[in-house]
Ligand binder design. Structure first.
Ligand code: OGA
Ligand code: MN
Length: 293
């Protein structure tokens, strides 16, 4: 296996093994898993992608998430984001899927608003627009390492709240239903995620994050925005322009990502599978400490 560096200090293209190799060979899985722990974003090119192949690859890394209530693929392991109707026409600009695409353009981490949250996401683009529609990534691990020591000390044991309704509310107050809101109550995680494979710390926050325990609300909102700006500052991101056959996997513990816009009237259809984090991925330490009974 060969790795080609893509981004500023993170992200790499995997050359050699493809998704099918990882699905069937322990050796290929171990090599790709090690690259994932180290580089946070992995690109595979020229993949003969199908739902089955994406599923077989993704399942190697852990249990899969089931799509959210009221999403297009509810109850399946696929999260589909598309502006293409089943009959091939495009949705109008005020359609829920168009709003979802806009919300997706906020810097975020998949499923930090869930318990358990996500370890990783695997994304394939099935229909590409003629231009735009890139996906951009930033490393929260490198963001953490660039923070002054005093800030890191202050944040290391802090806990922050995440709510899907918070980020959706930035796009439209009507974007999510009462049913969706009830299905996803706010959750709290430590602001620093330590990777047990290498001991490296990362910030853990996203556009879904709205409060920090013990910090006044306006101060917390300002700090959260500043930390996202710091992490995603110019020169620190990797922007991926998709080609047919590309598949990207990223580590939600330590990567922020966002979709980029594309021209109106052009189709874009992506399929994501999401791997759930377990205690082996460092999740246990993310939970608020509870006093022993
Ligand atoms: C996602 C996502 C980015 C994109 O599917 O989780 O954020 O470019 N996608 O569509
Ligand atoms: Mn996402």
């Amino acid at each position: 296996m060969e790795l080609i560096r893509l981004g500023p200090g993170f992200a790499a293209e995997v050359c050699g093994p493809g998704l099918a190799d990882v699905a069937r060979s322990d050796e290929a899985y171990q090599a790709v898993r090690a690259a994932f722990e180290e580089h946070s974003v992995l690109l595979f090119r020229g993949q003969p992608i199908t739902d089955e192949l994406q599923l077989a690859y993704s399942k190697r890394f852990g249990p899969l998430e089931v799509a959210k209530a009221a999403s297009r693929a509810e109850g399946t392991p696929f999260s589909v984001l598309t502006n293409v109707e089943p009959d091939g026409t495009l949705v109008p600009p005020d359609h829920k899927e168009a709003l979802r695409a806009r919300a997706n353009q906020l810097w975020h981490t998949d499923s930090c608003f869930k318990d358990p949250p996500a370890l990783a996401s695997v994304l394939s683009v099935r229909i590409l627009p003629g231009s735009g529609g890139e996906t951009e990534f930033a490393s929260k691990r490198l963001g953490w390492e660039r923070l002054p020591q005093s800030t890191r000390a202050r944040l290391a044991d802090a806990y922050a709240w995440h709510d899907y309704a918070h980020s959706r509310g930035k796009i439209s107050p009507k974007m999510i239903s009462e049913r969706e809101r009830a299905a996803l109550p706010p959750v709290r995680w430590r602001l620093r995620w330590r990777n047990p494979a290498n001991g490296r710390d990362s910030l853990y926050l996203a556009s879904h994050t709205y409060a920090i325990d013990g910090v006044p609300q306006d101060e917390a909102q300002a700090l959260l925005a500043e930390l996202i700006d710091h992490t995603t500052a110019p020169g620190h991101t990797y922007m991926h322009g998709w080609q047919p056959g590309d598949v990207i996997m990223w580590d939600n513990r330590c990567v922020l990502h966002r979709g980029r816009p594309w021209p109106d009237g052009e189709p874009r259809h992506i399929v994501r599978t999401t791997i759930t984090a377990t205690d082996a991925d460092g999740l246990a330490e993310m939970r608020p400490l509870t006093r022993a009974a």
